[in-house]
Design a protein around this ligand. Structure first.
Ligand code: ADP
Length: 308
């Protein structure tokens, strides 16, 4: 389908505890407030892309528990094509245990469950869908061999691939070379480039190194410092929007999903980044992963408010 983003990645149930401060090893913090939300980097990015106006199909693997049913309903409500969601018997849906402190900082432990059953064989069953994609969006919360398999397949079909290598892991050159877009946060930028990313000059150097490793474009998200974007022809630093964050859990996911939605809608890259930057800033002012992803009207209203 024209303008279609195919997201291939994880789905998790997020079990969230909001605390005064994050517990240190051996420490018990007894004042937590608990809540649940649908998360997982793949699902967050799929929902963010769909809410931002893209046609999205999601390839993901769920368990056979109640979490899986409510996730499926939620994907459908967000307008995602769920025909390629697979469910495995006697398998728990992926679960993330998330702590968020009073400043909105987080610590996360992930139990992958069904996500680790998303195999290269299953990707073969999705070949028709993948052949019709405009852009394939990947993260690293599914088996690494599946990610590599998808990149090779997409390259053989001449498809654009956008990779958000989170959680951070090194990739082979041949896979980095096959990427249309590599979007990384500071941790991922430092790990893959092997360079520090503290000062603006270091960010630029790390960006250049990443670009030299093969992708057509590199985007480094820098939290409250904004976004650095670079291709062979241009490079630009974009400031973050001034907001008061309450939960930064899925800011990077919202950024990636929204950026993908803008790329398939043929937006100019700077415009696409500005839109994703606004959507991600807005998401930090709300709780939860998927619930925090804004829709087109909300992003537009935020941009109108923040036009300087
Ligand atoms: P991750 O969640 O992967 O660590 P970042 O922290 O870099 O990613 O955040 C991704 C994007 O979200 C940033 O580039 C920015 O657009 C937005 N963002 C994150 N934190 C803030 C903040 N405190 N203020 C404004 N925007 C933010």
């Amino acid at each position: 389908m024209h303008n279609q983003v195919v997201v291939i990645g994880s789905s998790n149930i997020d079990l969230i505890a909001r605390l005064s401060h994050l517990p240190k090893p051996g420490e018990t913090v007894g004042n937590a407030e608990s809540s649940q939300a649908h998360g997982g980097k793949g699902a967050n990015q799929a929902v963010a892309a769909a809410r931002a106006g893209a046609a999205v199909s999601f390839i993901t693997s769920l368990g056979d528990d109640a979490f899986a049913d409510s996730m499926l309903q939620d994907f459908k409500r967000s307008g995602i094509n769920t025909d390629y969601v697979v469910q495995h018997k006697n398998t728990p849906t992926g679960t993330a245990y998330i702590w968020v402190d009073a400043q909105g900082e987080n610590s996360i432990a992930v139990a992958p469950g069904a996500n680790y059953k998303l195999s290269p064989d299953y990707i073969d069953e999705c070949r028709i869908l993948i052949s019709g994609a405009e852009l394939i969006l990947l993260q690293l919360e599914i088996p690494f061999e599946t990610v590599e398999y998808v990149i090779d397949l997409a390259a053989s079909l001449g498809k654009k691939v956008m990779l958000n290598p989170a959680p951070a892991q090194k990739l082979e050159r041949k896979h980095l070379k096959a990427l249309y877009n590599l979007t990384v946060n500071e941790t991922e930028a430092a790990m893959i480039s092997g360079l520090p990313v503290d000062s603006p000059e270091q960010v630029m150097e790390a960006g250049k190194k990443l670009l030299s490793m093969g992708p057509e474009m590199v985007v480094i998200t820098l939290g409250s410092r904004g976004v650095f974007y670079l291709t062979k022809r241009e490079q630009k630093m974009v400031e973050a929007y001034p907001v008061k964050p309450v939960d930064t859990t899925a800011a990077g996911d919202v950024f990636c999903g929204v950026l993908a939605s803008q790329i398939v809608q043929n937006k100019k890259m700077m415009e696409a980044i500005k839109y994703a930057n606004a959507a991600a800033a807005l998401s930090t002012t709300r709780l939860g992963a998927q619930p925090s992803a804004p829709n087109q009207q909300e992003i537009k209203a935020f941009l109108d408010q923040h036009e300087f």
